[in-house]
Design a protein around this ligand. Structure first.
Ligand SMILES: Cc1ncc(C[n+]2csc(CCO)c2C)c(N)n1
Length: 228
């Protein structure tokens, strides 16, 4: 079995918890509060900025053009395509996207980006890929699950979001990251593979926690007002 499939299998428990989370199920039923959607968009906009920084660090550690090309393609997707699912949520709640940008991250999203940046700076390309992979992989499977279960048509408020993540392009972006991770895993020591497994699992847990953060509209318990 490939290393990426080992990672996927040993995190089946967390993937299932993500599919059944009330925010994710709410995308399927079309029923989520406007406040939770706005909270999600505010945090995700900043999260995606940090995600591109992680790809930037990966580019700086790349030793060949094939890897640079792969990370560049992922940045292009985040920059130019991921605005579509965000716009779907924004249109639904009737708030312009621009009004939800530039907010400080709540604790869980802050934890998630710092976890990825830690592996970006401390690890090699294999470890960075392991930390990044749950991000497209969980969204691809959420899209596929919601498409199969709810079969949204054009009257469904989140049909564009569901179709976006269930699409072939997200599948191929995930597959290419998996096969690159498998290449690096073949050369990696047992210790390095241990760090990859740890990074992957924590990102899965943080994907779950991110949905929960948006659903509960998590804030810092004290000192929320910015100090300038
Ligand atoms: C918290 C959070 N996790 C995952 C995604 C989805 N996503 C982010 S980047 C990317 C492309 C992979 O390079 C995909 C599919 C999101 N928007 N927010």
């Amino acid at each position: 079995m490939s290393f990426s499939n080992v990672l996927r299998n040993e995190n089946q428990d967390v993937f299932e918890k993500i599919f059944s989370h009330p925010f994710v199920q709410g995308i399927g039923t079309g029923d989520i509060s406007k406040e939770a959607l706005a909270h999600y968009i505010k945090a995700d906009y900043e999260y995606l900025n940090a995600f591109m920084h992680v790809y930037g660090v990966a580019i700086s550690k790349s030793s060949n053009r094939e890897d640079i090309q792969l990370f560049n393609q992922q940045i292009d997707f985040v920059l130019n395509s991921e605005v579509h699912p965000h716009n779907n949520f924004c249109e639904h709640i009737g708030v312009p996207y621009e009004e939800l940008q530039g907010f400080p991250l709540p604790p869980t999203a802050d934890h998630y980006i710092k976890h990825m940046l830690y592996h970006a700076h401390q690890g090699g390309i294999g470890e960075i890929l392991a930390a990044l992979l749950p991000c497209p992989w969980t969204y691809l499977e959420i899209g596929q699950e919601l498409l199969d279960t709810f079969k949204p048509d054009s009257s469904h408020p989140f049909s564009p979001w569901i179709h976006f993540y269930a699409q072939k392009k997200v599948n191929s972006l995930t597959e290419v990251l998996c096969s690159k991770l498998d290449d690096y895993a073949e050369q990696a020591s047992e210790e390095e593979k241990g760090r990859m497994r740890e990074a992957f699992r924590k990102s899965c847990q943080l994907e779950y926690a991110f949905w929960d953060m948006a659903y509960t509209q998590e804030e810092w318990p004290v000192g929320k007002e910015a100090v300038r």
